[in-house]
Ligand binder design. Structure first.
Ligand code: ADP
Ligand code: MG
Length: 246
């Protein structure tokens, strides 16, 4: 039997009765400077249900990116319990975590992180080749995503030939090309003008409406308004959530 999430049914969230997709229990992370420990995340308890669109907000240095990278399993040096679906992530080995990440997550970066010497098409193909998707299937999937993102005409351009907003659209397309359940985005519009930011947020909203769970870090109230829930972090602590009507 797969591991059953013991916390899923105990969620105190106001809306919905569904199982949690992600449960964090008493997560802590610190850095050591000689004899002193500097805590970056403190006793984090968080439940996220499938289909949510969450905004993580808070001052610079509060631990937002640290939490996002922890969720994305890029970082293993923390304590506590992390459940993803029927997996106890805190008990898993590094390679198994990587496989789980590749299966369920896509990541969107503030500064896009596209490969400059590859075309749009090639940038989108990379996550599929990492997942051993065969070439004919890759071609079909990339063609479909280019079509959905209205970027067919841009497929042979290099990132430097695109605007920032267009590069970030490619960043999002790359994040979803392998059909993840969850998108993690760290200040995805931080480098963009407001009109481009709006286009990016509209794309997230559309993906969320199609069922993708989205967790973004943002400083923008306007961006947060696209989501259904705000998690505020201050000095590594999650501040109590305001209850919203279901
Ligand atoms: N390698 C590191 N060593 C020590 N402290 C770090 C390291 N990486 C990040 N931090 C600290 O962790 C805190 C949280 O960082 P971060 O999660 O990037 O904040 P945010 O994304 O909210 O701005 C900051 O105080 C930062 O200085
Ligand atoms: Mg950050």
């Amino acid at each position: 039997m797969p591991f059953a999430n013991p916390f899923g049914t105990k969620s105190a969230e106001p809306s919905g009765a569904g199982l949690s997709m992600i449960s964090l229990r008493n997560i802590e992370k610190y850095f050591e400077h000689g004899p002193t420990k500097t805590f970056v995340l403190r006793r984090i308890n968080l439940d996220i249900r499938e289909g949510e669109f969450i905004s993580i907000m808070g001052p610079s240095g509060a631990g937002k990116s640290t939490l996002l990278h922890l969720l994305g399993m890029h970082d293993a040096s923390w304590t506590g319990e992390y459940y993803l679906l029927d997996h106890a992530v805190h008990k898993m080995k590094k390679n198994d975590r990587l496989e789980l990440y590749k299966k369920h997550f896509g990541f969107v970066f503030q500064s896009y992180h596209l490969l400059d010497n590859l075309t749009v098409y090639e940038n989108l193909e990379i996550p599929l080749s990492y997942r051993n998707v065969k070439k004919s299937d890759r071609e079909a999937i990339v063609a479909d995503v280019l079509d959905r993102f209205s970027m067919v005409g841009k497929k042979d351009l290099f990132p430097s030939q695109l605007s920032g907003g267009q590069q970030q659209l490619v960043g999002i397309a790359r994040a979803i090309v392998a059909n993840p359940k969850i998108i993690l985005a760290d200040e995805p519009t931080g480098n963009l003008h407001s009109s481009q930011a709006k286009e990016i947020m509209e794309k997230f909203k559309e993906l969320n409406q199609q069922g993708t769970t989205i967790i973004q870090v943002t400083h923008s109230e306007a961006n947060a308004a696209y989501g259904n829930r705000v998690i505020e972090i201050v000095d590594g602590w999650i501040t109590p959530e305001k209850s919203t009507a279901a």
